[in-house]
Design a protein around this ligand. Structure first.
Ligand code: OXD
Length: 309
């Protein structure tokens, strides 16, 4: 049994080193560096291409190097006998919470506006918003979204949450299914998207949905670029329907240099850093899944290919 690493854009050699330290007797090889990689049964993976995946003939498990698995299913043919697992990590979850809190507070206290004022030494005091008067709505109440919702509620925000199937979370008003979505949107000041990207959530942040928010609402997208219909956003901001957006994920990453989001004064762009996989805190999970595969045991954090999460 052996392990291969196919971590397009993520630190392959670091992963190889840390896995090899934990499993000194197991062959661990990096795709493209050694032909023996292609014999692996366990693939540690980020953004594989179909042609790359097809080169593996013994695959049993694909381990995502992130919480999301859309990059594994999207455009790829995964054989029925290959299991896909994701990372669930406390650090990833709390990092996401910290990022969404920072973006929300920046909006409440108008930081972007004051940064612009600074550049022309302009003193103009605006009325700010406070936590108790702000309703934050979270799209996606899975492992990460559910935690983020709870944390906002603990701080005293009014919190709503939406998911595909009904969920109960203390101090969070929950909604489920597309038919209940308008009710949530109507009362939202800050909309935070943490949904998984699937065929039913692709393009969900579009003109129609965002127009149902109260005028001046704020958007934070930390899900995937594919959730947002990018061409719909700037007109909604320029018309005042949205007061701005913080975007961490994009249809194409890195965000192309000529993309209009870069220079829009009401859009804060960050380079997919809301929560970054921490090798130290997740390597044990990867190793544990390899050992479980080897011993024919149930895997940790297996996802459903049908649901895509
Ligand atoms: C993830 C990511 O899915 O990094 O964890 O986006």
């Amino acid at each position: 049994m052996s392990i291969a690493i196919l971590a397009n854009h993520r630190a392959s050699s670091v992963w190889k080193k840390v896995i090899q330290e934990k499993l000194p007797n197991t062959p661990v090889a990096i795709f493209n560096e050694s032909t023996t990689a292609l014999d692996a049964e366990f693939l540690v993976c980020w953004k594989p291409e179909n042609e790359q995946l097809k080169a593996f003939s013994n695959l049993k498990v694909i381990q995502s190097l992130g919480a999301g698995v859309d990059h594994i299913f999207d455009g790829n043919e995964i054989a029925d006998n290959v299991k896909v697992v994701r990372l669930i990590d406390e650090q990833l979850t709390t990092d996401m919470w910290e990022y969404t809190l920072a973006a929300t507070m920046g909006y409440l206290k108008d930081f972007a506006k004051y940064k612009r004022q600074e550049s022309y030494t302009y003193w103009d005091r605006r009325h700010y918003k406070t936590i108790p008067e702000t309703t934050v709505s979270i799209l996606g109440l899975g492992q990460i979204g559910g935690y983020v919702a709870k944390q906002f509620a603990k701080l005293g925000f009014k919190v709503q949450g939406w998911s595909n199937s009904p969920k109960k979370i203390r101090k969070v008003k929950t909604f489920a299914g597309l038919e209940q979505l308008p009710k949530l949107l109507k009362k939202t000041d800050v909309l935070i998207n943490i949904l998984p990207l699937t065929s039913s959530t692709k393009g969900i942040l579009n003109h129609d949905l965002l127009s149902q928010l109260p005028k001046g609402a704020y958007l934070i997208n930390v899900g995937r670029g594919g959730h947002l219909v990018e061409n719909d956003l700037i007109p909604l901001i320029d018309s005042g329907q949205l007061s701005g957006a913080t975007l961490d994920v994009f249809e194409k990453e890195p965000l192309p240099k000529n993309h209009l989001f870069w220079n829009h004064r009401k859009i804060q762009v960050t380079p997919h850093v809301a929560s970054m996989t921490n090798v130290k805190s997740t390597v044990n999970q990867v190793v544990e899944n390899y050992l479980r595969m080897k011993n024919g045991r149930e895997l940790l954090n297996e996802v459903s290919p049908q649901k895509g999460y």
